[in-house]
Design a protein around this ligand. Structure first.
Ligand code: AMP
Length: 279
């Protein structure tokens, strides 16, 4: 496994490798868990070479405290990647990604306007900018993103089409623990009690999906089912829960198209997001 700490190191590694191979990129912010690992394994199955990037991107945090609290454990991550036999890891320093005079931002202006975009101003500008930078540096043929961050995935899809990147986007299923909680680096910051409580998130979403499968198409009623199911959970504080159309990510009243439910919930101080496809 080649550890590249600078752009030059990565470019040198790339130049030394055979040219006609498929190169898969798995972008991460570190504190790796089985969700990340599933993306990496899918990449290894799909591509000749697998590159993992680890970069805690300050530009996508709209709240400094949130950035400071974000878990990181680089040495543990590198050991895990070594044992997975990924071909290269790109771990750039902040300074090499954002020069002092950095002033060029990438902004998707449709899907970014709702849900996470509303509650985390500029978050998706930070995401789109770092992803474009990684595309330009790494030059992947394939890129792997998780459905856990479904709105992000959708924005990356637009970005690839709008900016004419010749990159195949591979979406990967959400990996959950036995209780249904979507794995997230942020889960590491939860106490045992909070972890237990957090599993109510997906239970609520699943209840609404069951109700939809039985014929309920009113978003209001599905949302009520979810909120009622979270009612007794003292540690939970809901930021949003919304039924949205998959094409626009805009809230819908009645489910007549491909739709999903997205939510953001605080469990204590930790903000978690999740989603479930209805059809
Ligand atoms: P992050 O390090 O949180 O930025 O995530 C890096 C990538 O891993 C993103 O594409 C995420 O959507 C994906 N990911 C995070 N958690 C999960 C999960 N539980 N299951 C599948 N993919 C995930």
């Amino acid at each position: 496994m080649k550890l590249c700490k600078t752009i030059v190191e990565y470019k040198t590694w790339l130049a030394e490798n055979p040219k006609n191979f498929s190169l898969g990129l798995v972008p991460t912010m570190g504190a790796l868990h089985d969700g990340h690992i599933s993306l990496i394994k899918k990449c290894q199955k799909t591509c000749d070479q697998t590159i993992v990037s680890i970069f805690l991107n300050p530009a996508q945090f709209n709240n400094l405290k949130d950035l400071e609290r974000y878990p990181s454990n680089l040495s543990k991550d590198l050991l895990a990647l070594e044992s997975l036999k990924v071909n290269a890891v790109f771990v750039p320093r902040n300074k090499s990604m954002y020069r002092k005079e950095f002033a060029t931002w990438v902004s998707e202006n449709m899907i970014s306007t709702t849900l996470e975009g509303k509650f985390r101003p500029k978050h998706f500008i930070g995401v789109a900018t770092i992803v474009v930078k990684l595309f330009n540096i790494i030059q992947p043929t394939h890129v792997f993103f998780g459905e856990k961050d479904i709105q992000q995935l959708k924005i990356i899809q637009s970005l690839i089409l709008d900016l004419n990147y010749n990159i195949q986007l591979v979406s990967c299923k959400t990996i959950r623990n036995k209780q249904g909680l979507a794995l997230s680096s942020r889960n590491q910051s939860l106490s045992k009690k909070e972890l237990n409580c957090a599993s109510a998130i997906f239970r609520g979403l699943s209840l609404a999906k069951e109700q939809f499968k039985k014929g309920e198409t009113s978003s209001r009623k599905l949302k009520k089912t979810i909120l009622d199911s979270w009612e007794g959970e003292k540690e939970l504080s809901v930021e949003y829960v919304e039924v949205v159309g998959f094409d626009s990510f805009l809230p819908i009243k009645h489910i007549t198209q491909k739709s999903l439910i997205c939510c953001a919930v605080f469990v204590g101080k930790v903000r978690l997001i999740d989603n479930i496809f209805l059809n």
